[in-house]
Design a protein around this ligand. Structure first.
Ligand SMILES: *Cc1c(COP(=O)(O)O)cnc(C)c1O
Length: 380
């Protein structure tokens, strides 16, 4: 059996060890410490925000961000439907109810048309959402200008789930820096990793200070362990931050390679009738975290999930596109606004899409192997 090709495994640069050594030599292997502070400063400088807070996961960042925005019991939040459940689970932690918004076809991210209808209904019902969670899917920014225009008109703040889009840009500015808060993930499968971790970024440094307090068990400034608010154990460890610093130094290289991988797939497979690839909207640069391909069912009879199984038989890992949140049993009964009355973009993408192996450590031969297997599948 040929060696396994993974979807998007971690890819270390070697530089991580220098920083991990620093952490060991200074005996800072406890949570927090100088590597954490340095990593926060470096990420904030890279994306261009006034502050950053390193956390144990991206999910923790979304949780803290939503709490900062006042999301609580009885509140509603709007959220992109085409995403991983971690975008919206934190709304449930806080006792809020999600309303799901479809994608638009150019970026596969939040549809401003659907968002507008959702706001219109919310206004009529007399309950605006406390926050809008905008997801930047598969490494590409959502179309932030029309989304922010609507949110500003209604006075509702945006939290950007940029877990997948570190290094991407929208009109020249870093993805994840358009909302009141932005969240990146350093989980093992993301474009860079700390083995597990996340970062909450914002220009509101007072809010980040509050989040920092909550994330370290909300200890009041007293010697005797006094607490007046509920807190969490959400900070990143010094060792993880050391790994992150080494990874951040190769982020640009990783983006270049991710984009190259996409281009090879598209060049080799894009002219086959019925095959398309996730578009790159003209407003920005995608980091192409995952290469996503769609199969037109009117031309290619067998669906993408059979292709996932076929590739698995050949020891190649691939995945269907995220199953939209409005179709999850967990969110049964939640409101959903499709892109237009007659077409749900996210449903079509779920039914036709497949995420191909996109690890930056793949060789060109590995990519060829995946392409050859896809060709044999289509020919069979
Ligand atoms: C990975 C991911 C998250 C969660 O990040 P963790 O660091 O794993 O908690 C949230 N949203 C999206 C869209 C993701 O892909």
């Amino acid at each position: 059996m040929a060696e396994r090709i993974f979807l998007s495994p971690p890819h270390l640069s070697g530089q991580e060890l220098e920083f991990v050594h620093e952490a060991f030599e200074s005996n800072w292997i406890a949570p927090l410490g100088p590597q954490v502070e340095a990593f926060e400063n470096e990420v904030a400088a890279y994306v261009g925000t006034k502050g950053a807070l390193a956390l144990s996961s991206g999910t923790a960042g979304i949780h803290l961000g939503l709490r900062l925005l006042g999301v609580g019991p009885g509140a509603t939040v709007f959220c992109s439907t085409l995403t991983f459940v971690a975008s919206v689970n934190p709304a449930l932690y806080l006792g809020a109810r999600p309303v799901f918004i479809d994608s638009e076809p150019d970026s596969w991210n939040m549809s401003p048309a659907a968002l507008e209808r959702a706001f219109d209904d919310a206004r009529k019902e007399g309950q605006l959402p406390k926050a809008v969670i905008v997801v930047n899917l598969y490494g590409q920014s959502a179309d932030m200008d029309p989304i922010l225009e609507l949110c500003n008109a209604y006075g509702v703040p945006v939290l950007e789930d940029a877990a997948e889009s570190l290094g991407a840009t929208y009109k020249g500015k870093a993805s994840g820096t358009f909302g009141r808060f932005g969240v990146y993930s350093f989980n093992g499968n993301k474009i860079i990793t700390t083995s597990g971790g996340g970062m909450l970024v914002s220009d509101d440094t007072d809010a980040l200070k509050k989040a920092r307090f909550w994330a370290t068990q909300a200890r009041d400034p007293a010697r005797h362990y006094q607490h007046s608010e509920m807190g969490y154990n959400y900070r990143m460890s010094n060792i993880c931050a050391a790994i992150g610093r080494g990874q951040l130094r190769v982020l640009e290289e990783r983006i270049q390679r991710k984009r190259e991988i996409f281009e090879i797939y598209q060049e080799q497979l894009g002219s086959i009738p019925g095959i398309s690839f996730m578009p790159e909207a003209s407003f920005g640069r995608s980091n192409r975290w995952l290469t996503v391909m769609t199969l037109d069912p009117s031309i290619i009879k067998r669906g993408p999930w059979e292709l996932v199984d076929y590739l698995e038989e050949h020891n190649i890992e691939s995945r269907p596109v995220w199953k939209p949140m409005h179709r999850q049993p967990l969110f049964e009964g939640a409101k959903y606004y499709p892109h237009d009355e007659n077409s749900s973009v996210s449903d079509t993408l779920f039914e036709t899409g497949i995420c191909l192996p996109s690890g930056t450590s793949m060789t060109d031969q590995d990519i060829e192997r995946v392409i050859d297997e896809i060709r044999s599948y289509l020919a069979s």
